[in-house]
Design a protein around this ligand. Structure first.
Ligand code: GDG
Length: 740
């Protein structure tokens, strides 16, 4: 793994919980860090900074809520060799409304798609604001220039922006550990709350979610709730931008991989296996929560026992539920439901010598957990919704023997990374029953094949990769600012162009080579410009890179030896060669997209649908409705929901909303062309959001020119379309030998 330049001096972590406990030792009270994945990841960052044993100033600072009983403890106790803990003491009533109320009783159920469990209380929101403000006080008390503040999770959604407002120059990261739901769910929040929450997290420079789906959902909410421009994966503000990306969290692979053979774990494993005395063992462990799908998991197991009597007396399901929030009625209710279901299954199927479900309502030690991960034949992990789910990754990492089968819910974020698990829908008890059967009869060879792929994934994307990638995103952002450096110094640019040996020019069509016009069919480069292009194309590789279709481009540039790229990178035509199709995507999505766009044509006279070979576009330059831009945003948002076999990109250009397969773009083609030859001069010019992909993907040293106003990934700006013509003319003159 390469280590990039660290863009900060000290690291300040902020999370609701402090991952420490205060222990009584013979020398007095001392701070002990818990063994969670986040702590391991942060410790590895400490190593990266070369920090252990370093002076106090470079220790990692961790701000989090602590029990008010610790208020009287000497502050020196909150420090060990690596960490300084900064306890935030909250007023009891504020903490109740903030944590139990707004966080656990509203955001948790809502963001896990349980809206009927959500309680909307204004007083809770007030407490949430007050608590976030208290965390801010603590952060401000210790922040220094050059610090990076990394804020975690849904309890602290307002904090990034509070820090941004108080200290605008601070580098701020934010990571969201639970699912980010689609906009229909966010819409259930009162308008002011949703605005503050989204605005709140956008105070960060880098925002991380577990999966690409959550990122898309978040960006959709940003455009719906705040109508902010989004370029690529950045939300753009007038003075800065925020990068939004997926960073799948993981576990410390080596720790789990190595622990299975520790003496204590081996002894415990043997103890369990001799105690259970049944050949097959299924295992699950969860915190008590309605999102975990514990009852439907039991129902799946019950169905399996019904349908497969031959397995009775042979398989035991050890189901551990870790006590949690059981003072809340909903949690008491699911606990009762679980216990009833366990009782029913054991009563129906059990015998004197066999208890089908061994149910434990308690937490396990790490040794017990490892002994069960490594003893079981099947891990049955079936949440109804889970941001990521670390248990399944821990199970996989523990199986150094390469055996064992993972049954995993498709509604856990981890399912996107572990397709070699038996993926099930947790509400489908038949599917669960079938998967249990399939797992129990799976050959060792198949188990090993599946396990090897899953282990490779978890090993390659461990929690260290997660934290490393997150920090790297800051470096990348700092190295690629969105703000344009300067206006172009034309003489030095033209000289560099003329002096180069191998030149590449990538030029957009509409709004760049030709002015924007009401009817796209009327857009034409002038004859003078065509002559200039001809001259340029003879002495450089000139690529016209456009969203237009093949026929239009070929007709417009007939007789000029240019490269043509049509439909945003779907087709490429080299001079004197036939068209190549670069995109080979399925087109199952076209029908529904066409229908939705047609509905907008019916509503907004003057607008029309353009059918391309690989894309469909709704043009509304001629539509007169006053709120047409808002309507376009709405259409784009609903198009983003389209189900398709391939990922789709919904592009909002200048008076056009276009849908195309995501994996080709002007950027991918521009880069591919740029890498074909050892060019020593590259210029790309464009005016539209689709050109941003091109600006972003080309090498840093390329000249990237944005035409017109607005933020951009480009380095330079040309004020108007007609400046392009002037510039190209000067470039052409600089390389044309003077005759006569
Ligand atoms: C949030 C998101 C996301 C559980 N029981 C015992 C025990 N555990 C440990 C497991 C695992 C962790 O707790 C639970 O993993 P989750 O993935 O559910 O993590 P949470 O922090 O609860 O949840 C979740 C996660 O954040 C990370 O971003 O994956 O989706 O909800 O490490 O091993 N450990 C021991 N005894 C137990 O009884 N020792």
């Amino acid at each position: 793994m390469t280590t990039s330049k660290t863009p900060f001096n000290r690291l300040l972590i902020v999370s609701y919980r402090l991952p420490f406990t205060i222990h009584q030792t013979p020398e007095g009270l001392s701070l002990k860090q818990n063994a969670g994945g986040l702590v391991s990841a942060v410790l590895s960052m400490a190593e990266r900074l070369g920090q252990p044993g370093a002076p106090v100033a470079s220790k990692i600072h961790w701000v989090g809520h602590a029990d008010p009983a610790l208020q009287s403890v000497d502050p020196a106790v909150f420090e060990n060799e690596t960490f300084v803990a900064h306890p935030v003491f909250l007023d009891e009533a504020v903490n109740k409304g903030f944590y139990e109320g707004f966080s656990n009783d509203l955001l948790w159920p809502l963001f896990h798609y349980f809206p009927s469990y959500a309680s909307f209380r204004e007083s809770d929101f007030t407490c949430y604001q007050q608590a976030n403000a208290r965390f801010l006080e603590e952060v401000l008390a210790l922040i220094e220039p050059g610090d990076l503040v990394w804020i975690h999770d849904f309890q602290l959604m307002l904090l990034p922006n509070l820090v941004r407002e108080a200290r605008p120059d601070t580098r701020i990261g934010y990571f969201f550990h639970i699912p980010f739901p689609n906009y229909e769910i966010i819409k259930l929040l009162p308008r002011a709350w949703r605005q503050q929450l989204i605005q709140g997290v956008l105070g960060a420079d880098v925002l991380g979610f577990h999966t690409p789906d959550y990122v898309q959902h978040f960006l959709q909410s940003v455009s719906e709730v705040l109508a902010l421009p989004i370029i690529g994966n950045r939300v753009v503000f007038p003075d800065r931008s925020a990068v939004v990306r997926d960073f799948p969290i993981s576990v410390d692979f080596a720790k789990f991989n190595n622990s299975g053979q520790e003496d204590a774990v081996v002894a415990m494993r043997h103890g369990y296996l001799s105690l259970l005395r049944h050949p097959k063992l299924i295992f699950s462990v969860d915190r008590l929560d309605y999102t975990k799908g514990i009852t439907s998991r039991l129902q799946g197991f019950e169905r399996f026992l019904h349908q497969h009597p031959e397995w009775r007396d042979t398989v035991t399901f050890v189901m551990t539920v870790v006590p949690s929030r059981d003072n809340i009625p909903q949690y008491q209710e699911i606990k009762r439901e679980i216990e009833e279901t366990v009782g029913r299954i054991n009563g129906l199927f059990g015998s004197i010598g066999w208890r089908p479900v061994v149910y434990l309502y308690s937490s396990l030690t790490f040794t017990e957990l490892l002994a069960l991960y490594t003893a079981c034949d099947v891990a049955l992990i079936t949440p109804l919704r889970d941001g990521m789910n670390l248990v399944c990754k821990e199970f996989v990492a523990s199986r150094e023997d390469g055996r064992g089968v993972l049954i995993l819910s498709e509604l856990a974020g981890a399912a996107q990374e572990l397709p070699d698990a038996l993926i099930i829908n947790p509400t489908d008890t038949q599917e669960v029953a079938d998967a249990i059967h399939k797992a129990l009869v799976m050959t060792p060879r198949e188990q090993e094949g599946r396990m090897r792929k899953m282990r490779d994934r978890v090993q390659n994307y461990s929690v260290f990769r997660w934290s490393h990638d997150f920090l790297k995103a800051f470096d990348e952002m700092m190295n690629n600012p969105l703000e344009l450096e300067t206006d172009l110094s034309v003489p030095s640019f033209v000289t560099a162009f003329a002096d180069a040996n191998r030149r590449l020019m990538l030029v957009d069509f509409d709004g760049t080579l030709a002015p924007l016009v009401n009817n796209p069919a009327d857009a034409r480069p002038s004859n003078a410009l065509k002559t200039v292009l001809h001259g340029l194309a003879e002495q450089s590789d000139l690529v016209v890179i456009s969203g237009r279709n093949r026929v239009f481009l070929e007709k417009t540039f007939a007789g000029i030896p240019v490269y043509l790229v049509a439909e945003h990178g779907a087709f490429l035509k080299k001079p004197d060669a036939p068209w190549e199709r670069l995109d080979l995507s399925a087109d199952d999505w076209q029908e529904t997209v066409r229908e939705q766009m047609q509905a907008y044509v019916d509503r907004f006279p003057g607008s029309f649908v353009e059918e391309k070979e690989t894309a469909i576009a709704w043009h509304y330059r001629m539509a007169e409705a006053e709120d047409i831009e808002a309507q376009a945003v709405e259409l784009a948002a609903s198009l983003r929901e389209t189900n398709a076999l391939v990922p789709l990109a919904v592009i909002q250009g200048s008076k056009v909303v276009e849908v195309k397969p995501a994996h080709h773009s002007k950027g991918t083609v521009a880069l591919a062309i740029a890498e074909q030859k050892p060019y020593d001069f590259i210029v790309s010019i464009g005016d539209d959001t689709t050109d941003e992909d091109m600006f972003r993907q080309l090498p840093n040293w390329a000249y990237t020119l944005k035409v017109g106003s607005g933020t951009s990934n480009a380095r330079y700006r040309l004020a108007r379309q007609r400046d392009v013509e002037t510039l190209l003319t000067q470039m052409s003159e600089a390389i044309t030998p003077v005759t006569g």
